[in-house]
Design a binder for this molecule. Structure first.
Ligand code: S3P
Length: 185
C-alpha cells in the first residue's frame, strides 16, 4: 500500500497511554506503508545510551521530558516526512509538544480503559511511572489527567480492545489516506 502519489507532508503520529500498543502498531504501519518508523522512547534511549528507567532514576523525569521536546522540535525543524512516529505516553503533557505533534501530520490516539492498560503493563517493569505500590491508582489518575490532552491532539481515535494489529493498522491507513488527500499539513 502506498501514499506516494500525494505530494504533502505525510507522517502518522501515534499517541496514547502506556500499554495501548503504539510501538507494535507503529511497526505494523511501517511494514504496510514502507514509511520509516521512529519510536521516540527507543530513539531517546539510543541517543542517551541508557534505558528510560535509568534516565528517570539518574536524571529525573524532567530531563526525560526535555529530551522528548527536543526530539519533537528536531522532527519539525527538519521537515520529517513519510514517517510513522510512536510517542511516549506522556509526550502530550506539554502544550509545546502538543502543538508540534499536531503540526507533524495525522495524529492517531490508541485508546484503552484503565483495566486493559493495567493487564497489558503489569508484567513489564521498564516503565518507571508504573513501578509503584498501586499502579492501578496511578493509571486511573493519569488517564483522567491525560485523556483531554490525547483528545485535543487526535484526528482519529481507535479503541484498541478486541482489535488485532492488522485491523488497527488497516483502519489507520485508510483514514490517513483520506486525511492526506484533504489536508495540507
Ligand atoms: C511514559 C510512557 C513511556 C515512556 C516513559 C514515560 C509516560 O512510553 O515514555 O516511561 O509518562 O506515560 P510508552 O507509552 O511507550 O510506554
Amino acid at each position: 500500500m502506498s501514499f506516494q502519489h500525494v505530494e504533502k507532508i505525510q507522517n502518522i503520529i501515534l499517541i496514547g497511554f502506556m500499554g495501548c500498543g503504539k510501538s507494535t502498531i507503529g511497526r505494523e504501519l511501517k511494514r504496510l506503508t514502507g514509511y520509516q518508523f521512529i519510536d521516540m522512547d527507543a530513539e531517546i534511549e539510543a541517543r542517551e545510551k541508557k534505558s528510560i528507567a535509568t534516565l528517570f532514576a539518574e536524571e529525573g523525569e524532567l530531563v526525560f521530558r526535555e529530551k522528548e521536546t527536543e526530539l519533537l522540535q528536531e522532527f519539525r525543524a527538519k521537515g520529517l516526512d513519510h514517517s510513522v512516529i510512536s510517542t511516549g505516553g506522556g509526550a502530550i503533557l506539554s502544550e509545546e509538544n502538543r502543538n508540534i505533534i499536531k503540526s507533524l501530520g495525522y495524529v492517531v490516539w490508541l485508546k484503552a480503559d484503565a483495566q486493559t492498560i493495567y493487564h497489558r503493563t503489569k508484567k513489564n517493569h521498564s516503565r518507571p511511572i508504573l513501578q509503584t505500590a498501586n499502579p492501578q491508582q496511578v493509571i486511573a489518575d493519569l488517564l483522567e489527567l491525560r485523556t483531554p490532552l490525547y483528545h485535543e491532539c487526535a484526528h482519529l481515535t481507535i479503541e484498541v480492545k478486541g482489535l488485532n494489529r492488522t485491523e488497527i493498522a488497516g483502519g489507520i491507513i485508510e483514514s490517513a489516506r483520506y486525511f492526506f488527500s484533504q489536508h495540507d499539513t
